[in-house]
Design a protein. Sequence first.
Length: 232
Amino acid sequence: MLARHARRVLPCAAAFALLAAGPPAAFGAHEGSKQQVYKWIDEKGVVHYGDAVPPQYADQDKTLLNSQGVAVGTIPGRRTPEQLAAEAARQAAEERARQDAQTARVRDQNLLATYLTVEEITALRDRRVEILEGQAKAQGQSLEQLRGRQRQLELQTQHFKPYNTAPNAQLLPERLAEDVVRTAIDIHTQERNLELKRAETARLKEQFERDIARFRELKKVETEYARSPQPR
C-alpha cells in the first residue's frame, strides 16, 4: 500500500517505467487503489517523482500525476505577498480580457441583428448627431444671454463703490452683488454643460465610425464565407 512507502523518491526514468506499468506495479499499489504520485524539481533542476514530497520542497509548486504519468492537477506552493499580488493582477487582467471579448461578441451580434446596410447606420448617426447639436445650440444661445446679462450687471456695478471712487458714490447694493455672483456661477455651469454636450457628440460620432468599420468587416466575412466551398 502507498501509505507504507513514506516519501519514496524515484529518478525520472524509473518513475516513468513504474507509472507506465499501472497502479499494481507503481509503488506497490493494489489494483483499484487511487494512487497519488507527485512531481517536483530540486535546487539543481532535477525532476523527481514520489508518493510524498520531502519537507524541503514543500513550499514549491507540485504536479500531481495519475498512475499513467499524466498530470491531473497542480498543488501550489507557498507564495510571497509579491507573488500573490502578481497572481491576483494576472487573474484580474485575464478576467477583464474575457469580459472584453464577450462584450465584443455581443456587440457584433447586435450590429448584424440591428442593421442591414451601412446606410442604415449612417442615417441613425445623423439623426442622433442632429439632436445633440440642437441641444448644444440651445445651450450656446442660453450662454450668450447670460454673458449679455453679465455685461449689463458689470456696467451697473461701475456706479457703486469700490468700482466708483467718487466721494459721494454709494456702496454696491447687496442684491446687485448677489446677481453678479449668481450670473457668474450660471455662466460657469452652462459653459461646462456645453463642453460636455460637445464631448458627447464627438464620442457618438467616433462610436458610430467604429460601428460602421466593424459592420463592414463582419459583412465581408459573411460574404467570403458564403462564397467559400462548404464541406458536404
